[in-house]
Design a protein around this ligand. Structure first.
Ligand code: SF4
Ligand code: SF4
Length: 347
């Protein structure tokens, strides 16, 4: 049946520390997220009930009314959706331990400490033949490599033939990730947010810059050209902290030196949310600069959620002059003018 919906309303779950949602998008402070089960405890998932709730969500969309949590989401699209009960997108977000301590971290700030285990529940889903590998598995966290059941979960989904994306701090090197990369099943995303040791320390509040870049290098090492872009290195632009021409140039040169083929850009979430429609032009110039560099160097370039929303509400035209002089001038001109950069982090 044709109606407006999204792949995650239809066949997605995001397993959180204490609840199960349809997705993990944090795009608007006010709209909340699409809840499927308000409680997740005892490491058990009642799949029958979960599919019941998901059917209700779909009926809502079929009736032509967007679910309140989904209104205005860029993922909504008109399509001929199937009517089967199955899960093909799982976001694992059910633990909060991490070996980093990023200043922008929602996990550190808001999530209760938890040591949930989902392995058995997931095995049950597969046993009931309610999992299809047509979507994507993502690990968000917390830090996946410190999660006890991580290696087993990863192997389980590799066996299912799934596409898997792991977000890691990069502080620990994971053989399971490396193996998944070699098989072409896994994409790893690491966000050092700087190639400068001191800036890294300011952002992450741990002194692990060298270790992280060394691990990025190891994940990339010996991967064939066709799989190279499965090692993705992310830069979260944090106004007032790593938003200079020099910082970005250092980062981009490091990507080139390590033969990284894929860059991801995001804008710090609280800043992007508080300044919707009023993001400082220098943030756009920095984004344009990274995109231009990637195009010039045959690298893929992607935007994550907050950057995507900032880009859609763009109030500054696309940069066309990428000379060093122009970039430096324009960035410092706006950076020094924009008072909305005074964000208070909960340090
Ligand atoms: S918020 Fe967006 S991505 Fe999440 S379930 Fe709703 S439409 Fe899908
Ligand atoms: S690596 Fe991720 S989970 Fe860990 S502190 Fe940073 S943002 Fe939070």
């Amino acid at each position: 049946m044709k109606y407006k919906s999204c792949h995650l309303i239809e066949h997605g779950i995001s397993i959180n520390v204490d609840c199960i949602q349809a997705c993990c998008l944090s795009r608007d402070f006010n709209k909340g997220q699409l809840l499927i089960m308000p409680k997740f405890e005892n490491n058990k998932i009642d799949w029958e009930h979960l599919f019941f709730v998901k059917r209700n969500h779909r009926t809502h969309q079929k009736n032509g009314r967007d679910l309140p949590a989904c209104e205005g989401c860029y993922n909504l699209r008109e399509e001929d959706w199937d009517n089967d009960d199955y899960i093909s997108y799982i976001n694992f977000d059910h633990w909060s331990q991490c070996n980093s301590n990023c200043i922008y971290c929602d996990v550190q700030r808001n999530k209760p400490k938890a040591k949930n285990n989902v392995l058995n529940a997931v095995k049950e889903l597969i046993k009931q033949k309610k999992f299809r590998n047509s979507g994507e598995i993502t690990f968000q966290g917390g830090e996946p490599t410190v999660l006890k059941e991580f290696d087993e979960l990863l192997k389980l989904f590799i066996k299912q033939g799934s596409r898997i994306r792991v977000h890691s701090s990069g502080i620990l090197f994971s053989r399971a990730i490396r193996e998944g990369l070699k098989q072409g099943a896994v994409t790893v995303v690491i966000s050092p947010d700087s190639a400068d040791k001191q800036t890294y320390k300011t952002v992450k509040r741990v002194d692990k810059s060298d270790k992280v870049w060394e691990n990025i290098k190891h994940y990339r090492k010996n991967l064939p050209v066709g799989l190279a872009s499965n090692v993705k290195v992310k830069y979260i632009i944090i106004p007032g902290i790593n938003d200079t021409f020099e910082e970005i140039t250092l980062f981009l040169n490091r990507l080139k030196e390590y033969d990284i083929k894929s860059a991801i850009v995001d804008v710090e979430y609280t800043y992007a949310n508080k300044n919707t429609g009023n993001v400082s032009p220098h943030v756009y110039i920095l984004m344009d600069y990274i995109e231009h560099f990637c195009l010039e160097n045959n690298m893929s370039y992607d935007l994550y959620d907050s950057a995507l929303y900032a880009d859609r509400n763009r109030n500054y035209e696309k940069t066309t002059d990428f000379s060093t002089e122009n970039l430096k001038n324009e960035i410092s001109k706006y950076k020094n003018q924009n008072l909305s950069l005074n964000i208070q982090y909960s340090l």
